[in-house]
Design a protein. Structure first.
Length: 165
């Protein structure tokens, strides 16, 4: 996957261990997200998320990326190529820096990512929304993701949602 094609408006690169303070800053600025999950905005959790993979996937299928402008981190995305099948990309995590939230930038970014993934040959995108989180649910459904079903996981109940590209 060519991550640089995911946006025309942002510089994109894989995030590394040295970026954890930047990632933590974004996470700490979004406390509402953490009200609906057992995850906590802590360095060790970020480190774990940077390596976490779904069943059957390899690290080369994972893109834990940052969207930058002028060396400022605007958004974080955990993107898995070819999961749960080869025609599907999976967004494991997406978060905008609070300073840039509510201005339409997140929706614009998701539109760009969807368009680029379609050009890459993906037919759909899936993700999970923490059950009960009205902000996340509104954002994803506004951006064309359709709830499919609720799924009980070890870390709580999520809503599996999908967007056909």
């Amino acid at each position: 996957m060519n991550i640089h094609a995911l946006s025309e408006n942002y510089g994109i690169r894989k995030l590394k261990e040295e970026d954890i303070p930047l990632i933590l800053d974004v996470c700490l600025g979004n406390p509402q997200f953490y009200l609906y999950t057992q995850a906590k905005p802590e360095e060790e959790n970020i480190r774990y998320d940077m390596q976490a993979l779904p069943p059957g996937k390899q690290i080369q299928d994972k893109y834990y990326i940052g969207f930058f402008k002028e060396d400022r981190l605007y958004a974080i995305m955990d993107l898995i190529g070819g999961y749960p099948d080869e025609q599907t990309a999976f967004i494991g995590f997406f978060m905008m820096h609070a300073q840039y939230s509510g201005k339409g930038l997140g929706s614009e970014l998701i539109r760009e990512v969807c368009s680029a993934l379609k050009k890459e040959g993906f037919a759909k995108i899936r993700l999970c929304i923490n059950d009960g989180n009205p902000q996340s649910f509104h954002f994803w459904t506004k951006n064309g993701f359709v709830p499919l079903k609720k799924v009980q996981r070890d870390d709580g109940t999520v809503i599996l949602a999908e967007k056909v590209l």
